[in-house]
Design a binder for this molecule. Structure first.
Ligand code: ADP
Ligand code: MG
Length: 359
């Protein structure tokens, strides 16, 4: 077990002939505390797999260092890093039994037969593989095989971190939530650091205590699911997390006060600024109908059962709002207000500190 630190990591793959060098990782500084359950969340192509491969040593970063408990591991071979990596598609020996598959990583490391058996049985039990333990892996379904892959990651007692790279891609949707909660439970049982890579916010938010959000080769925010929801540090986090995502609207700085869609909002940037242009970010959960607010047109209302999503429009900008069951939607001349405790200002994508002011 170890605390893993990525220091000033940058990575670029060799550029194709005649093309400019591009950075798959722009600059990453990140600590993974020993025993943590992390999700690494971001859209396809943002650098998640590159980051995992740098931790495991499959890739050497172009710049920066990888530290395990402050020891520089940047040039250390994968095998000596003691890491388990589970990939998108199952890696299973079809001709072996489930037992042999699970025992393989232990045999490989010279563990005694008498130590292997209880360990394999324990992991098989955790993954509900006990009944098929002596069946050939070839006969299993895709999710059965992926459970073996997960098991091969979990079975080794000596690993510093277990990394899962979108492991539920091949799993049937109705089994996904089962395996996801299983993994969370397994983390609580084994206590090993886990990094779970996904582009799916539901997967990330249900698995992890700490979510690391990546965007275009950078980590843009590290936080609990609640922090990411309540205080997105970057417009990407606001937009990517939540359903629907955060509303982002143009905003002007007039006499040091934020004006949005023709109205003064009652907030300002805390520190003196020269900036004229901001964006206001407010989640659909924190926009409400109010008699004294900004006049809008009501475009449409989607009834999603427990709540409705209303779409309103003004000055050519669409704003989504979540309207709880039992809350009224005005029939004419609707006006909206923002909950100022949950209204953020962004400059160049990044949140700035705000204070409430007289509008
Ligand atoms: P993710 O796992 O988040 O989808 P990746 O780490 O696979 O992202 O990719 C990050 C960026 O690096 C992408 O632009 C991708 O095209 C590029 N990339 C990934 N692997 C290679 C490679 N072997 N050679 C060149 N470019 C690559
Ligand atoms: Mg990937």
């Amino acid at each position: 077990m170890a605390r893993i630190e990525l220091k000033n990591i940058r990575h670029s793959y060799p550029a194709a002939k005649g093309e400019d060098q591009v950075w798959a990782l722009e600059e990453v500084n990140q600590v993974w505390e020993d025993g943590g359950a992390y999700a690494l969340l971001g859209p396809s192509g943002c650098g998640k797999t590159t980051l995992l491969n740098i931790i495991s040593g499959l890739l050497t970063p172009t710049e920066g260092s990888v530290l395990f408990d402050d020891k520089n591991m940047t040039q250390v071979a994968t095998i000596d890093r003691h890491i388990a990596q589970v990939f998108q598609f199952p890696v299973v020996y079809d001709t072996m039994t489930v037992y042999q598959n699970l025992a393989f990583p232990l045999r490989n490391r010279g563990m005694n037969h008498s130590d292997i058996e209880p360990r394999v049985k324990e992991i098989a039990e955790m993954l509900d593989l006990t009944e098929s333990l002596y069946n050939r892996a070839a006969g299993l379904t895709a999710d059965g095989k992926q459970k073996i892959s997960l098991g091969r990651g979990l079975v080794r007692p000596d690993v510093n971190v277990i990394m899962f790279d979108e492991p539920l891609t091949v799993i049937d949707p109705h089994l996904k939530w089962q395996l996801r909660s299983k993994l969370k439970q397994l983390h609580q049982q084994v206590g090993t650091t886990m990094i779970y890579v996904t582009h799916d916010q539901t997967e990330a938010l249900t698995f992890a205590e700490t979510v690391v959000v990546m965007y275009e080769g950078r980590v843009v925010q590290v936080g609990t699911p609640v922090e990411l929801f309540e205080e997105p540090k970057h417009t990407f986090v606001g937009h990517f997390i939540g359903s629907p995502g955060m509303n982002l609207l143009p905003c002007e700085n007039v006499d040091r006060k934020a004006h949005c869609l023709g109205s003064a909002l009652g907030i300002a940037e805390k520190n003196e600024t020269q900036s004229e242009q901001f964006q206001v970010g407010v989640r659909p959960e924190f926009v409400y109908f109010d008699e004294v607010g900004i006049p809008v047109n009501l475009n449409k209302v989607d009834d999603l059962g427990r709540y409705k999503v209303a779409e309103v429009e003004t000055h050519g900008h669409v704003i989504k709002m979540i309207v709880d069951e039992g809350e009224d939607i005005p029939g004419e001349n609707p006006r909206i207000c923002f909950d100022l405790d949950h209204t953020r200002l962004y400059r160049d994508g990044w949140m700035v500190e705000t204070e409430e002011v007289m509008p």
